[in-house]
Design a binder for this molecule. Sequence first.
Ligand SMILES: Nc1nc2c(c(=O)[nH]1)N[C@H]1C(S)=C(S)[C@@H](COP(=O)(O)OP(=O)(O)OC[C@H]3O[C@@H](n4cnc5c(N)ncnc54)[C@H](O)[C@@H]3O)O[C@H]1N2
Ligand code: MOO
Ligand SMILES: [Mg+2]
Length: 411
Amino acid sequence: MLMLSVQEAEKLIFDAVQVIQDVEVVKLEDGGDSFAVRIRDRILAASISSQLDFPHWDNSAMDGYAVRFEDVKTPVTLDIIEEIPAGSPPQKTIQSGQAARILTGSMLPQGADTIVMQENTTRQGDRVSILTPPRDRGAFVRYQGTYCKAGDPLLSPGLVLKAPEIAILAAAQCLEVPVFRRPRVAILSTGSELVLPNQPLQPGQIVDSNQYGLEALVAELGAQVISLGIVQDDPKVLEDAIAHAIESADVVISSGGVSVGDYDYVDRILEKLGATIQVRAIAIKPGKPLTFATFPNAALYFGLPGNPASAFVTFWRFAKPAIQKLSGLAQGWEPKFLTATTTHDLKSDGKRELYLWGSVSIEQGGFQFTPAGGSRLSGNLIHLAGTNALGVMAIGETAINAGEAVKFLLI
Ligand SMILES: Nc1nc2c(c(=O)[nH]1)N[C@H]1C(S)=C(S)[C@@H](COP(=O)(O)OP(=O)(O)OC[C@H]3O[C@@H](n4cnc5c(N)ncnc54)[C@H](O)[C@@H]3O)O[C@H]1N2
Ligand code: MOO
Ligand SMILES: [Mg+2]
């Protein structure tokens, strides 16, 4: 069986992913949850601009007095001709010797070009004394269009809509927001030994934990989960399940049945159903027998190995970036490796690229990687708890000593 390097495999996988083309519109005024809750974490499908300048008009950054800079170069007392609360346009033009009372956000009146903050003044009835002259013309004036001009692009396609972007959409009066349809990801667990968590466990059986772990991983990416549950190691039953899955989903993720065992049917079924198998085995540990295939209807198939740690690691390394790219994310979907100092010695046989689950923390001087305890066998999922990173050892690298640098991937 041809074993690809991790880099060869990821190129084949990521190149096969085409961004979703379907667009949905999320409307500010639709019922149900608030707009922010409905649009949070969706990915923008088109460029957004506004008909508005930001700021929309010249306005004051302080509570104080709008004045003419020429009048206040030295301490002086001015006549207050008007009060301008936020939300009301000024009615008068400031002439020499005059000022207007102004509040933060209020429009700058005609004739004025500078704001003196209240703390630098004293007021006597309709007059105000400027105690400290402002340094510059335009002090504390927020000029129209200096943040952004009407028509300028505000948000670009492929951006995940988080709190700042959602606030911008609201400020820009963007009432209908085009976002990419969320990918549909079908998940199934193959194996006649598998039972549901609420079923009594007979000798030889094991609870299907991959289904739940993978569902959570897919949901974390904002994709729609289609849970197909346990499928027995029966070629006909499995073929029907996979055929149904590829018709109903953009991505199908199965676990188990991809190695060389007597009941490992996945690859044969994929071929029978017309898939092109792009990846059959990768020089990665854990996760060697990963299968990746493409279907004529554009569905992508990840046949993850059944061992729980292998399923998690291959999901993080290959399926997660692929789903993020498919979702329309313009930037940041590719795996990014950073460097940490390891707190413990790390060992490898050097034969496959080794992924070590553990925790990265930010300490003085940078990132620190602590490998998880327990046995690092691919069947052991217990010590995945609390981890947030995968340390990586390259092929040929057999030891990284405590205190030395290790590459890691945040998961
Ligand atoms: N002769 C060889 N045997 C194996 C090889 C090999 O190269 N030659 N590779 C080993 C490696 S590496 C891996 S990884 C596994 C992959 O096996 P499969 O993908 O075929 O998975 P299964 O055989 O179906 O199951 C393996 C293991 O995982 C448990 N499992 C399966 N599904 C689930 C689930 N949904 N939840 C929890 N646990 C699950 C299953 O009971 C098995 O213990 O193959 C090695 N063998
Ligand atoms: O590639 Mo397997 O996941 O080492 O047990
Ligand atoms: Mg097997």
